[in-house]
Design a protein around this ligand. Structure first.
Ligand code: DGL
Length: 298
């Protein structure tokens, strides 16, 4: 006989009847956070690799973009979103946003987590990307496309230096790319102009680059366009698979966390903006129909 308290396995994207205030007695999802839609490129790969877990995706679409905001503001917004996900039962939150990983992760890990609950965890996307990319370059010259915030934070060069002393990083901020994607203009001719301009800037700054990191979770939507302008032999690296592999390995190494995360294969999508807008735009990223729920923060 089944455990009477155990909730029925819910349909994908259909909250269970057992949900009260967003959490069930048994639902301890993995939280995936981004300023907007970009983190969906990470969620997609994580769910392919780890379909059995429960997930809550939170897009802070009302306050996107984060890429041009100050450290203090990105930290404040990110902490609000992480706290909301914790309140909904998440034991582990992935900041599927490079800007938040660059500007808020360390403070949340070192200052806030011990005060909130020392057993919860928040992970970012920069460290796993850096670990993977260091193995890919032959010339030891890496390029980075990212938001202005991530570039200004110097997080990528600093993390790379910690592990690979001989790798040289050149960064190019691409402030137009997120707005193009968020406004569904990434396949337009206007997008070609900005993509070519940023590629030229990067490759003129360092002609030895053989590997380029797409250091913003929105950018995979521009990957085909970017590749079409890259010289032969230059690799373009998206983060989705790298982060998914790293999370799966984390769960293997941390059985106490793995045991605390529930596994009913459910997913919920939360947005701080309108649910209609989120649902239609998110479908572009995921190639599937989704239903979002609205939340208020702050
Ligand atoms: N997707 C976010 C990142 O990976 C940035 C988008 C934004 O500027 O809000 O950096």
């Amino acid at each position: 006989m089944s455990n009477p308290k155990e909730p029925a396995k819910t349909d994908i994207n259909s909250p269970s009847d057992n949900i009260r205030n967003g959490a069930t007695d048994f639902s301890y999802p993995i939280g995936i956070f981004d300023s907007g839609y970009g983190g969906l490129t990470i969620l997609d790969e994580i769910r392919k690799k780890m379909p059995e877990y429960d997930y809550i995706y939170l897009g802070d679409n009302a306050r996107t973009p984060y890429g041009t905001r100050s450290f203090d503001v990105v930290y404040k917004y990110t902490l609000e979103c992480v706290t909301h996900l914790f309140d909904m039962g998440c034991q582990l939150v992935v900041l599927a946003c490079n800007t938040a990983s660059a500007k808020a992760l360390r403070t949340i890990q070192q200052h806030d987590l011990p005060l909130i609950d020392g057993n919860r965890r928040v992970l970012g996307v920069i460290r796993p990307t850096v670990e993977a990319v260091g193995e890919m370059t032959k010339s030891k010259h890496i390029g980075l496309f990212a938001t202005s915030g991530t570039v200004q934070s110097d997080s990528y060069p600093l993390e790379i230096q910690k592990i690979y002393k001989d790798i040289f990083v050149t960064s190019e901020a691409c402030p137009m790319w997120v707005p193009l994607i968020e406004n569904n203009e990434h396949n337009s001719d206007g997008a070609d102009f900005f993509v070519r301009k940023n590629i030229e800037n990067l490759l003129n700054a360092d002609t030895f680059i053989d590997t380029i990191i797409l250091g913003c979770t929105h950018y995979p939507l521009l990957a085909n366009k970017i590749k079409s302008y890259l010289p032969e032999g230059v690799k373009l690296v998206s983060q989705g698979e790298i982060v998914a592999k790293s999370l799966a390995e984390y769960m293997l190494r941390h059985s106490e966390m793995n045991n605390r995360c529930s596994k009913f294969g459910t997913i919920r999508y939360l947005t701080t903006e309108s649910v209609e807008k989120f649902s239609s735009s998110a479908s572009l990223f995921l190639n599937e129909e989704i239903k979002a729920e609205h939340i208020d923060l702050g």
